[in-house]
Every structure is written in C-alpha cells, then in structure tokens.
Design a protein around this ligand. Structure first.
Ligand SMILES: Nc1ncnc2c1ncn2[C@@H]1O[C@H](COP(=O)(O)OP(=O)(O)OP(=O)(O)O)[C@@H](O)[C@H]1O
Length: 399
C-alpha cells in the first residue's frame, strides 16, 4: 500500500517559470488507482453544520478529488521527464526510504532555505479547501514526496484571513510530532502562497469515518490515544488547536493520524483567550458565552473536543448534533447521552472529557492511562495503536 502511494507517476507537467503555477495537472497516481478511500456521497452528512467565524467546507469536500487544470496565458517549456524511482523491495522498505529521504532533504544542514515552485513536480490534486487547492508534489532532486498547498493571495485578502494563514504557518512550522502534520516550509510569488506539507497518504479521517459509519472500539481507542499524545505535545508547546474535529485530521500511510489545519490554533503562553471560532458541534461550553465575564478559556477546550471526537468515532455522529440553537443549549447544559452499544469504559472516558467545568476535565496524561485506552492498546488489535501512542509520547518528549 505504502509503495503504491509513493509510486505516484508524474506526467505532462509544464510550468511557466520557477514562480508560476503548473499549467497541466493531468497526473495519474497509483495511490489514486487503489481507491482505498470512498468518495463522499453528494448529500453531505454535515450539511447542517453551523460554524462560528469559520466558513463551511462542504463545497470543498464535494469538490475534493476532482481533477483541476490551472491555466495560464504564457507559453511554457516542457520539463524533462522526472527521475524514475527504483521499485522498492517491500512496502515497508519503501516507507523507510521515504522517511529517510524526508530527513535527508529537509533536515540536512545544507537543505535549501529558499524554496520555489520549479523545485517541485506537481501531481494529482489531493483536495480543495476554502482558499486553495492541495496537490501531490515531488521534490525534483531527491524524489521526495510532499503535499503542496496553493493559496491565492487575493482570496486570502478577500476572506480577511491573511493573519490567520500567517499564524498557521508560524505555529505549524515549529511543530515536530508523529501525529501532527508537518509543515516543512513555504514560499510565495506575486499571486500565491505555497505551503510544503507532509503528505498524508490515506487522506481525511472524516472520509474513513463516513465510510465506516462508526469505528470499532479498538480503532477509536487507538486514534484517541494518538490524539491525546499529539494534544499533550501541542499543549506542552503552549499551542491550543481549538478546532479539533474529524475534518481536520488526516491519516498517514501507516494508518497513523495527523492533526492538521492550524488556522484556528493559537499560542497561549500564560494568558487565556476569548476568540469565538470553530465548528459549533465541537465547541466547548466556555466558548459559547459571548459577552459573559466568564468568557475566558484555555487549552482545556481541546479536551472537550477530544470528548466530542471520542463520541463521534464510536457513535457515528456528534453528541450535541441538533438544530443550531438546540446544539448550543445542549452544549451549555452538557445534555447528551451515550448509546448502550458503547462500552462502559468508553462511556466513562467520554463523561470525564465532556465536563462543563474545564478544570475538572480529565488531563491528557490520564486519558493515556485510562482503562479504555490501555485495554485496546494492549490487546491484539490494539498493539500497533499502543506502539504508535507510546512512540508518539517518546518522540515528543525527546524533542
Ligand atoms: N498534507 C496532505 N496530505 C494529503 N491530503 C491533503 C493534505 N492536505 C490537504 N489534503 C487534502 O486536501 C483537502 C483540502 O485541504 P485544505 O487544507 O486546503 O482545506 P480544508 O482544511 O479541508 O478546508 P479549509 O480551507 O476550510 O481549511 C483536504 O480536505 C484533504 O483531503
């Protein structure tokens, strides 16, 4: 699987010059051919989602995966064929060599500080967000695979999100954790900003969840353990994400999760923040009190969202899903019930996370030690999850 994903073929690429957009993106990739991720149904299950400050992403989801052609008026030279990669011995070998290449390219002392578009071959579109598109890309000299996010400056200006993007870049580029999507660098030309991102080979977790409807407990527990490890790392760096939801989680080639979309994250050194943002279903009660003198919150908002996420993984829908007004009321009261098919241990963790008083929510260390997590990360199906979670903890504490 990993081999296939990394053997994306790059064809017919032409660019204007080093600073211009690709003119043709008619790429084929074996990753796409495997069709491991089902496309979303046209009636999007989250169509009724209401967001504060953040615009809806439904349109982007429905458009995700469509092949897009970027056209420019200038005539362009055709680039030489891309280097052919030797077939890997095994998928594991391929993954390891990919990891080594990543390290070799970006972490070597002489790694280029100045990136430009000409360094990359552009592959198939991976998806479309509100302000731009994301493409599979390959660094020419090393063959290293990444995801290139292209944002149009005019659209960022129109949407008044330049500050948000700058913050996203500043925060994400300083983060190093196996369950946090890496941002390797960025560059821009007169019209666009390009973000060089780690490629998450298995796409959006949201699509996996919609396809499976709900996850078995062992899988949900492994994902939650990885989320807890990633959040623990973020909070240790004084970063609160504030927009945790399945749409903002990607899946790596080994099935490990990667938190992405740091557009609403903030550095929270000592102070508490008061901004209203995020998806309504995932908003904690303390962020639902505009104008109130109690309208302060801290990184514990992510614990509430982790509780909502745990619920949604296991049940297939968010716990407070209702009309917008009712959702707000129910969040404010903590009014939800966990269906009887959910195990007592999982129920217990959900109840310890979805606590109205932020200070009384179970801390991330305790989440990682919770019987539900331990049970599913130590049993047969959970071994890899436990390994991943403990790897995550070890690696982040080493950094
Ligand atoms: N690093 C990546 N690896 C693989 N696929 C990616 C990667 N980044 C983004 N994608 C795909 O591209 C889509 C668009 O991503 P993007 O970050 O632009 O938008 P978004 O987060 O979905 O929406 P919004 O613009 O509202 O933040 C994602 O939904 C995902 O399917």
């Amino acid at each position: 699987m990993a081999t296939k994903a990394l053997e994306a073929r790059f064809e017919h690429l032409t660019v204007n010059d080093e600073n211009e957009a690709p003119t043709n993106t008619s790429f084929k990739s074996k990753a796409a051919a495997t069709g491991t991720i089902a496309s979303l149904p046209s009636s999007h299950p989250r169509a009724n989602l209401v967001k504060y400050a953040l615009q809806t992403t439904n349109e982007s989801r429905q458009n995700a995966g469509q092949i897009t052609t970027i056209t420019t008026t200038t005539s362009v030279p055709t680039l030489p064929p891309s280097p052919v990669r030797k077939p890997a011995q095994s998928s594991r070998a391929s993954d390891e060599s990919h990891e080594k290449q990543t390290v070799a390219f970006f972490d070597q002392p002489q790694a280029p500080k100045q990136f430009h578009l000409g360094m990359f071959e552009i592959g198939k579109p991976l998806g479309k967000g509100k302000f731009g598109r994301v493409y599979l890309a390959r660094e020419r000299s090393s063959g290293w695979i990444c995801a290139l996010k292209v944002l149009h400056k005019s659209e960022l200006q129109q949407g008044k999100v330049e500050k948000q993007v700058r913050r996203e870049i500043e925060i994400q580029s300083n983060l190093r954790h196996p369950n946090v999507l890496r941002l390797y660098g960025h560059f821009h030309d007169s019209k666009r900003v390009f973000l060089i991102l780690e490629f998450a080979g298995k796409g959006e977790l949201y699509k996996h969840l919609r396809k499976e409807h709900r996850f078995p407990e062992w899988k949900a527990a492994q994902y939650i353990a990885q989320m807890a490890a990633a959040l623990k790392y973020l909070h240790s760096k004084h970063v609160m994400h504030r927009d945790i939801k399945p749409e903002n989680i990607l899946v790596g080639i080994h099935g490990e999760i990667k938190i992405s979309d740091f557009g609403w994250s903030v550095h929270a050194p000592n102070n508490r923040r008061q901004t209203m943002c995020g998806t309504l279903d995932y908003l904690p009660p303390e962020m639902l009190k505009p104008g109130s003198s109690d309208n302060f919150y801290n990184e514990k908002v992510d614990l509430w969202s982790l509780g909502v996420l745990t619920y949604e993984f296991l049940v297939g829908e968010a716990p407070f899903e209702d009309t917008p007004i009712m959702t707000q009321r129910r969040i404010a009261r903590g009014d939800m019930s966990v269906p009887s098919f959910v195990s007592a241990e999982a129920k217990d963790l959900i109840h310890r996370l979805l606590v109205l008083d932020p200070e009384k929510r179970i801390p991330l260390d305790h989440v990682l030690q919770h019987p539900w997590i331990i049970k599913h990360c130590m049993t047969k199906g959970g071994e890899r999850g436990a390994q991943r979670a403990s790897d995550s903890n070890r690696k982040s504490s080493e950094q």
